[in-house]
Structures are given as C-alpha cells and as structure tokens.
Design a protein around this ligand. Structure first.
Ligand code: GLY
Length: 348
C-alpha cells in the first residue's frame, strides 16, 4: 500500500478525514515534549475526543524495549483491536517506536505519522523504517512498515529550536546532493540563520518527493535506497564517538560533518568536482561549525565505522558521488585515505 503524504496547514481537518474510516478506537502516541507542545494543537478535533493518550519519555534513551512494552500495554488495556488506529505525534523517536508498536500489535494495526520535527518530516516519518534501539545498537530491532499516511504541517516548525531545525536541514542537504544541481544550489543559498518558513515548506515537499521516489524504487534497501546513507557512515561514527565521550550531538549535525568527510572521499575516489565540494563544505562550516575531535580519536572512529551495520563482508561501505546527482553505491576506502579524510574534516 502506498503511503499517503499530506501537506497541510489544517491538521485538524486532515486528521478528522483520516479518522473517519470506521476505526473502533483511536490512540495518540506522544512523548513528554510533544504531549505538552503539540498535542494541544491537534486536540479539539471531534474525531479525537475519545482518543486514548499514550505518553512516553522524550529522546533516544527511551527508544527501547521497556517503552515499547508500555505502548503495547497501553494499547491492550485501552481495548485496541485490529480495527484501531495509532497516531504517532512527534520526532523520529516517536514515529519509529510508534510505527513498530503498531506494526507488531495483534500482527499489525494501522498508524498515521504526524512528524513534529524537520528531521522527522523529511526523513524518519517517511519510507516505512520502524524500530527501536537494542543491545546498545541503534535501530537494531524493527520492521519495514509504511504508515497509512504522513501529515506534514509546518506549523510545528514555528516552535522548533534552531539546533533541531539545522539538524533536519542536514538531511535536506543530503537529498539535494543526491538529486540535482538546481536543488543543491537552492539548498546552499537558503538562509538558515533567518529561515523563511514559507520557502522551507516548499523545500520540505520537494525533499519528501526525493526520498519517496528512492523508497518506491527500493523499499527494502537492496540497492538504490543505500543512496540515503550518504554522509551517514562517517556521520554515525562521529555520533557514536560523541556519545561515548558523553557529549552527544544531534543526528543531523553528525550527518553534516559526515557529508564533509564523504564529499572528500568522493573527490579522491570518484572525481567529484572540488569546487562543488568547497561550496558545500563552507555552508556546513558556517551553520554547523566543526566536529570537535583529535588525532587520538582516529583509531576509535575507524573501529566504529568497521562495525556499522551497513557493512558487508568486513569492509566499510560508503555511498559516494561522482557529481551532484551522480550516485555511486557500495564504495570502499583504504585506512590511510580515511585518516586523511579525518584530517580534512578537522581542518579542511
Ligand atoms: N533514513 C534513511 C532511510 O530511510 O533509508
């Protein structure tokens, strides 16, 4: 079934329409933050008067088996059946965990994603990846399961803080690099210091189109969908190192720094144009600064990359580019070049 993407300024009306399909019970899953800030914005819609509310802890530390069990329990105690609906209201943690809870409860009930962060709008809530962290590993357990619909309402962007906005924007920059020169130029010319929300809304729609096209062609990540990992092999290592040092960074910041590293590798291995790399790197340096790390961290970063779950047969897998829009899947780089790449990310 194709995931319906609805862009709307009138979220209550969209929810009323979607909820009128004869569900016996409706539940809304929110985290502590979205329960306080976003839930009031959707309540008052008659279809949700009787909805059961399930509130879980905020942030990735709650994306685990305990929280998942609490959601299953709340559905069971609330009388959910196979004809019930779960609305996931939140960032990627809520849409990932909620989607997994819904897809496994009684072998699967319908769910709708209402992403409230830019990152979830352009990435997490779209494309059917659901799951939880397990055994210290991110998204280790999960299923591919598309929500019935994703409702994108940029009204939530108005209350989003600067860092979370920039975090989501890094995934947009990734989509633009994968797409074409026009989209890439538009994204590099966008003023992230003083964002025009109207323009951002149009760009969000364009980004969802890019991601949806890739997912439609390869929903199970056997080939083309690996393109969406651009910036993530290096980015995940930065994110994990920061976590180990107890100085966590937002996912999108790690992706932005990962893009710097992987564009460097693209120049060296695939002939990506130097000038386009320079322009992209200056944008990232301006809005994201630089990832704080030193030479003594290189060995650990290398180990973290070797253990990335995207690897196969013991080699580190990268998605690189030979130009903006020209994607090269399953690329490999030697250790010396990777250490040169770390130097470039620190100083380039
Ligand atoms: N976030 C990458 C993907 O959905 O495949």
């Amino acid at each position: 079934m194709l995931q319906q993407i609805i862009l709307s300024e009138n979220i209550k009306e969209e929810l009323s329409n979607l909820c009128s399909a004869g569900y016996d019970r409706i539940f809304i899953l929110a985290d502590e933050t979205t329960a306080a800030l976003c839930l009031p914005q959707i309540m008052g819609c008659t279809a949700l008067n009787e909805a059961g509310k399930i509130v879980i802890g905020s942030t990735d530390i709650h994306k685990n088996l305990d929280t998942l069990a609490k959601v299953w329990e709340a559905l069971a105690f609330g009388g959910a059946s196979r004809h019930s609906l779960l609305i996931c209201l939140g960032g990627g943690m809520v849409t990932d965990l909620g989607g997994f809870a819904a897809s496994t409860f009684k072998r699967g009930i319908r769910f709708i994603n209402v992403p409230t962060t830019l990152l979830a709008m352009v990435d997490a809530a779209v494309g059917g990846k659901t799951g939880i962290n397990f055994n210290g590993l991110k998204n280790e357990i999960g299923v591919f399961s598309e929500s019935l619909a994703v409702i994108i309402s940029t009204q939530f962007l108005r209350t989003l803080d600067k860092d979370n906005l920039r975090s989501g924007y890094a995934e947009m920059l990734k989509h633009a690099l994968l797409q074409d020169k026009d989209m890439w130029s538009e994204h590099l010319n966008f003023n992230l210091a003083c964002p025009d929300l109207g323009q951002l809304q149009e760009m969000v729609a364009q980004n969802i189109e890019v991601k949806s096209r890739i997912v439609r062609e390869d929903p199970r990540e056997r080939g083309l969908r690996k393109a969406l990992n651009l910036g993530h092999t290096v980015g995940h290592a930065f994110e994990s190192l920061a976590l180990e040092k107890q100085q966590p960074v937002l996912h999108g910041y790690a992706v932005a720094w990962g893009l710097v590293g992987e564009l460097f590798l693209s120049v060296k291995l695939k002939g990506f144009p130097q000038e386009k790399m320079r322009q992209t790197v200056s944008f990232i340096n301006e809005y994201y600064g630089r990832f704080p790390f030193a030479c003594k961290d290189y060995d650990r970063l290398y180990e973290l990359m070797r253990h990335d779950k995207k690897n196969a047969g013991g080699t580190i897998n990268f998605t690189l580019l030979s130009d903006v829009g020209n994607i090269c899947l399953d690329c490999h780089a030697g250790k010396d070049l990777l250490y040169e790449m770390f130097d470039f990310v620190r100083e380039g």
